[in-house]
Design a protein around this ligand. Structure first.
Ligand SMILES: [Mg+2]
Length: 127
C-alpha cells in the first residue's frame, strides 16, 4: 500500500493543493486542520491498523500551533514519525524552536511542488 502522509494546515486551499500534489506523486494523504485535529487523526489512523510515514505541518494555526503539535507528537507513541514543516514563518527563533521540538526539515511557503516532493522523498524511508 502507498505510504500515508498526514498534512496539517488551517488553510483549506493549502490542504487541497498540497494533498493534490502528494496524491499525484503516489502518496495517500490524510488532512487535519490544526494541531489538535492532527493528534486525533494520528490516533484514528492507528486505530484503523494503518500507519503514518510522514507528517507535514503548518506552524500558525488556531487551537494548537505547529510547534506545540510537534512537541506533543515527539512525546507520544508517534515520536518516530518524521515531521516536516511547511510554513510562511521564516523567523529564525521560530525555526530554532521547531528544530528543538523535533522537526526534520523546514520548507517555506509559497509551496513549490518539486521542492516539497524532494523533501518528502528525503525523509520517507522505503518499507
Ligand atoms: Mg496557517
Amino acid at each position: 500500500m502507498e505510504k500515508l502522509i498526514l498534512f496539517v494546515d488551517d488553510s483549506p486551499t493549502m490542504r487541497s493543493s498540497v494533498s493534490f500534489c502528494l496524491r499525484n506523486a503516489g502518496y495517500r494523504v490524510t488532512v487535519a486542520e490544526d494541531g489538535q485535529d492532527g493528534l486525533v487523526k494520528l490516533q484514528s489512523i492507528k486505530d484503523k491498523g494503518d500507519s503514518v510515514s510522514l507528517i507535514i505541518t503548518d506552524i500558525n494555526m488556531p487551537k494548537m500551533d505547529g510547534i506545540s503539535f510537534i512537541s506533543k507528537v515527539k512525546e507520544s507513541e508517534f515520536r518516530f514519525v518524521p515531521i516536516l514543516v511547511l510554513s510562511t514563518e521564516a523567523e529564525k527563533s521560530v525555526i530554532d524552536k521547531g528544530r528543538a521540538a523535533g522537526a526534520a526539515g523546514w520548507l517555506l511557503k509559497p509551496f513549490q511542488p518539486e521542492q516539497l516532493l524532494w523533501a518528502v522523498k528525503k525523509v520517507v524511508w522505503p518499507k
